[in-house]
Design a protein around this ligand. Structure first.
Ligand SMILES: *Cc1c(COP(=O)(O)O)cnc(C)c1O
Length: 395
């Protein structure tokens, strides 16, 4: 499966790009074309018979989008990758491509909320059944697999907001005991710099490129990487569903990808510093960061990840009120949903992703009222710590 042997920094800066580009430009140009011309009948038949590789119509492909795909494939050690207009467009296209009526999908119960919603509220209407299993419970996963019926297992690693890390080789082994079942890993929080699920036995890896891969909070995109035949089927369905990425966003994604390794290593180091500092603070009840020995999945993370990521979650003593006062008192991190960009972002999950739920409903799904999620950006970590210190003192 590994198609590039260079280190992630080289893959990020140079991977997937032609040495000589149109007009001898160093950068891949933005090709703004909805459709592509043919010289005549011969070229049309050469195209449809697969004798030449070229574009046809914007919903089926675009050279700028294709370059973004090749870079992500290189980073993920994949044969191929396909990008979409958002992370959720990637999720939707994958699930509709891999599942049909009468089949069954298994998800970990802490995976991305909109993914669970797609399965429970929409795929159920198409006659696709689903089971939620607790993260890390391989016995529950094994018991949930219905031979002949289960087609897909979807897990995420690390997860939101508690940063649980799935033992991907163990999941892959459990899935491979059954014929025809595939493992899809949403690796958005890890990035290919920290974790490459295809090298660990997954069949497909998904990224919300909106987060670290784009990295600048300025675009929405999603991707899927894997074996060429699998990706080709997903690309065909993208052409039917129309879940495409436009070339301008693809250009921003390529530009963001070039510094992925630099950004992620900085964010790994800063998040570890911030998490260790928070763990020593008297007003913090608990810190969740896979790089800390106190995290339940620290051993798994240390085994399969090269870094632990830029997101740190922590529970502030004093519940919802104190949590909000703290978030309102910080000056550097911006109050916003999302993660993975150069700007540090902070939010209280009870007041952002789970705003419409009651305290009891939040408790039932494990969302603590005093929980705060911090996506560490590329600012100086000492400045971030100083800011948190003043925010604790003034809240
Ligand atoms: C944000 C996110 C998504 C959805 O991606 P969008 O680009 O917002 O559509 C899916 N999975 C995870 C883990 C995410 O964080």
């Amino acid at each position: 499966m590994t198609v590039e042997r260079e280190a992630p920094a080289t893959r990020a800066a140079r991977g997937g790009e032609a040495r000589v580009k149109p007009e001898n430009a160093v950068t891949q140009p933005i090709v703004c074309a909805a459709t592509y011309t043919f010289t005549g009948r011969q070229e049309i038949s050469d195209h449809f018979e697969g004798r030449i590789e070229r574009e046809e119509y914007g919903r089926y492909g675009n050279p700028t989008v294709r370059t973004a795909e090749k870079k992500i494939a290189a980073l993920d050690s994949a044969e191929d990758a396909v990008v979409f207009g958002s992370g959720m467009a990637a999720v939707t296209t994958a699930l509709l491509a891999l599942l049909k009526s009468g089949q069954h999908v298994i998800l970990t119960n802490d995976c991305y909320r909109r993914t669970r919603q797609l399965v429970s509220a929409f795929l159920s209407r198409l006659g696709i059944e689903s089971t939620l299993v607790p993260p890390g419970d391989l016995a529950a996963l094994d018991a949930a697999i219905a031979p002949g019926k289960t087609r897909l297992v979807v897990t995420e690693s690390p997860t939101n907001p508690y940063l649980r890390v799935a033992d991907i080789p163990a999941y892959a082994a459990a899935v491979k005991r059954h014929r025809g079942v595939k493992l899809l890993v949403d690796s958005t929080f890890a990035t290919p710099v920290n974790q490459r699920p295809l090298e660990l036995g997954a069949d497909l890896v998904l990224h919300s490129c909106t987060k670290y891969l784009g990295g600048h909070n300025d675009l929405l995109a999603g991707s899927l990487s894997g074996r060429r035949d699998l990706i080709s089927g997903l690309r065909d369905l993208r052409g039917v569903l129309g879940t495409v990425l436009d070339p301008h966003s693809a250009y921003l994604l390529i530009r963001g990808l070039k510094t992925l390794d630099l950004r992620v290593r900085r964010q790994n180091a800063s998040a570890l510093k911030v998490a260790s500092w928070l763990e020593g603070h008297a007003d913090v009840a608990r810190v969740f960061y896979p790089g800390l020995p106190s995290h339940p999945d620290h051993a798994v993370a240390a085994e399969q990840m090269e870094g632990f990521g830029g997101v740190v979650s922590f529970i502030v003593k004093g519940g919802l009120e104190r949590g909000s006062r703290l978030v309102d008192a910080v000056r550097l991190p911006l109050i916003a949903p999302s993660l993975g960009g150069v700007e540090s972002l902070i939010e209280q999950p009870a007041l952002m992703s789970f705003y419409e739920l009651t305290t009891e409903e939040r408790r039932a799904i494990g969302i603590e009222e005093g929980l705060v999620r911090l996506s560490v950006g590329i600012e100086d970590p000492e400045d971030l710590i100083a800011d948190l210190e003043q925010a604790f003192a003034n809240s």
